[in-house]
Design a protein around this ligand. Structure first.
Ligand code: HEM
Length: 465
């Protein structure tokens, strides 16, 4: 055991790895049925509308959290070994262990798990997330540089804001000129993916819907992971399409900040960006739905838009709340790179580690578990010691953890400063927000207004904040 791992284990001992419990077969089955199957069925790589609808109707996410709480009552907070045949998993149940696992990635808690490799191989086989530690050390810095991970505002922020404003203005213009004043996910996502292509690849990619469609086809297969064969023809086609942009990167785009040359499998790195921005759009749309029924938060967010400062900490925190309430990465997976001993139990190298974020984000002991409370984030975007990890934490934290909230706050500001927004569907009770919010079925009514005027109309049945 090297000194690094020695430290990990003493750290682990201090935070609860001193003990590892083993779940009974029946409890293991319950976790598989109530937590793992619904999460996978909703679509881990691309959401399936039918399953999201079902999850919302059956309140499956609340059921999953309840199941996890039952386990804590029965076994305590120590990591719980689920003896799943051929694929045992350690379930993390203590926020302190969330911190340990994420801080100690990629060794001994590797990010490149068997499940992730099987899924991501369909569209980004050489991505940093599924690379061994030595390759990760080479790839991670290029993501951090291109996405300006350490900076609250990306150097191209002003350009990104112009892109966001112009694309969303088209939606608003439609309303002004007598177009439909309802905004649903399909209309919003068309504009959002234009923003994504221009931001990532440059203006000339604006209308390249074929690229997005090809990626989405690959993502749909990726939902099936090892159960579907890789469509190598389509993967090659996607990489060729992307290659055209990578060979002549537009200045000011995200790919314009990548190193030149073929050493970094850039197609695989950028595929993750295009894929992950989908989650950003989902989170923006849910934040709009939240703000539409929280007039006081709405007013604060509108105030921020009036300020010429590009950084918008309050709107940013609203987005983080949407991600806490409905995490777009509900499971963070790791894999042990070596055996862990705990008492007389040895957990073998290769065992999976599961952090199920909703369990921590919606802990019923928190007064604000099921309501929106932007203040909890302060200046942070990850709070691993309490288990709030929408962007993960530690060395493998999402390298866009600053970029996403910034672009999202531009999008939220562009819409709510210009229009009254009413949430038409679903009906939300602000004091008791649901476990699932199916973004495919969110419908907003936009009514154009003077810049900065007024607050949203709470539709009948939505209690004001
Ligand atoms: C709402 C939006 C997003 C959320 C909630 C999010 C969340 C996450 C999380 C939780 C991880 C860690 C996964 C793991 O450890 O298994 C991750 C990794 C990553 N994300 Fe994001 N992400 C978002 C958007 C983006 C965007 C837009 C980009 C790029 C433009 C991006 C780039 C990456 C990359 C490259 C990784 C892999 C990092 C590594 O393994 O070192 N993400 N993201």
């Amino acid at each position: 055991m090297n000194s690094r791992n020695q430290a990990v284990f003493s750290n682990a001992r201090a935070t609860g790895f001193v003990r590892i419990n083993r779940a009974s077969w029946i409890d293991t089955l319950r976790v598989v049925a109530a937590v793992m199957v619904p999460t996978a069925a909703k679509g881990v790589i691309i959401r399936r509308p039918i399953m999201e609808r079902l999850a919302q109707r059956q309140d499956l996410d609340t059921g999953a959290v309840r199941q996890m709480q039952r386990l804590v009552k029965k076994y305590g907070r120590a990591p719980l070994l689920l003896p799943i045949p051929f694929r045992p998993q350690l379930l993390v149940l203590d926020p302190a262990d969330v911190s340990t696992v994420l801080e100690c990635s990629p060794q001994p808690f590797a990010t490149a798990t068997w499940e992730k490799r099987a899924a991501l191989a369909h569209f980004e086989p050489k991505n940093v997330l599924i690379s061994p530690a030595s390759r990760r050390a080479e790839l991670r810095p290029i993501h951090e540089h291109a996405l300006a991970s350490a900076d609250r505002l990306h150097p191209s922020s002003a350009r990104f804001k112009t892109i966001v404003d112009s694309e969303l203005l088209e939606i608003l213009d439609g309303i002004g000129s007598g177009g439909p004043n309802e905004l649903d996910w399909s209309a919003f996502s068309l504009a959002w993916f234009r923003i994504v292509r221009r931001t990532v690849l440059g203006d000339r990619a604006r209308n390249d819907v074929t690229l997005t469609k090809t990626l989405n086809d690959l993502r749909s297969r990726a939902n099936w992971a090892f159960a579907a064969s890789i469509d190598r023809h389509k993967l090659r086609q996607f990489q060729q399409q992307l290659g055209q942009y990578l060979r002549q990167p537009e200045e000011g785009s995200l790919i314009g900040r990548l190193p030149k040359g073929s050493d970094f499998d850039l197609e695989s790195q950028v595929a993750q960006w295009l894929f992950a921005f989908d989650a950003g759009g989902i989170a923006v749309f849910r934040t709009l739905a939240l703000l539409a029924c929280h007039p006081s938060y709405w007013a604060k967010a509108v105030d921020e838009v009036k300020d010429p400062e590009l950084e918008r900490p309050f709107t940013r925190n609203c987005l983080l709340e949407a991600l806490r309430l409905w995490p777009t990465t509900p499971v963070i997976l790791r894999e042990l790179t070596e055996d862990i001993r705990s008492g007389d139990r040895t957990v073998a190298r290769g065992t999976g580690v599961i952090i199920f974020a909703p369990f921590f984000h919606r802990d019923p002991e928190l007064a604000y578990a099921n309501r929106m409370e932007p203040s909890i984030w302060g200046p942070n975007d990850t709070l691993p010691t309490v288990g709030f990890v929408p962007f993960s934490a530690g060395a493998a934290i999402c390298p866009a953890h600053n970029l996403v909230p910034a672009i999202a706050s531009f999008a939220i500001g562009a819409l709510l400063s210009q229009a009254d927004i009413t949430l038409l569907q679903p009906s939300l009770t602000v004091g008791d927000l649901p476990g699932t919010l199916n973004h495919f079925d969110i419908r907003l009514r936009l009514s154009r207004q003077r810049v900065g005027a007024g607050a949203p109309h709470a539709a009948a049945g939505f209690p004001p904040h």
